[in-house]
Design a protein around this ligand. Sequence first.
Ligand SMILES: [Zn+2]
Ligand SMILES: [Zn+2]
Length: 166
Amino acid sequence: MASLDTLVSYLYIILAVLGALLAALWLSVIIWAFRDMRGRTRDLFAQLLAGLVVAALPGVGLVIYLVLRPPETLAEAYERALQEEALLQEIEERPICPGCSRIVHKDWILCPHCHTRLRKRCLDCDQLMELHWNLCPYCGNQHVDVYVGGGVEEEEVKRNVKQDSR
Ligand SMILES: [Zn+2]
Ligand SMILES: [Zn+2]
């Protein structure tokens, strides 16, 4: 029965090759899970646990890992944090009217909603300045009133106030 012997030995070879392939697959899945977890958490225990689950339960362990792993990689989480921070900064940097808390444009002199004075103009160079500045940072004009800015409408306001008090 030489033919049966050869058949059996072929079967052994096929089984051995299959076994080796499966072992290689099993090992590579463990290494993949460990590496994948390393990209998602800095916790060494979680990384080892991921490798262990995948190693102890071939096939099923991988499914469990894929279900339970953190949805975001560290790189993705970092990028999202950066984006959120940029968005937050954009919102914070948007100037708000101190009178009515509505969003105003940074070049506006008066709030169009409540008519609060937002900025003043330098009489010499016409640049916009903060209301509390007492010198112009653009042209060096030091004769700037802290509270009362230049400009025609400001003088009109003053005149109106005088007329009202009369
Ligand atoms: Zn306002
Ligand atoms: Zn100026």
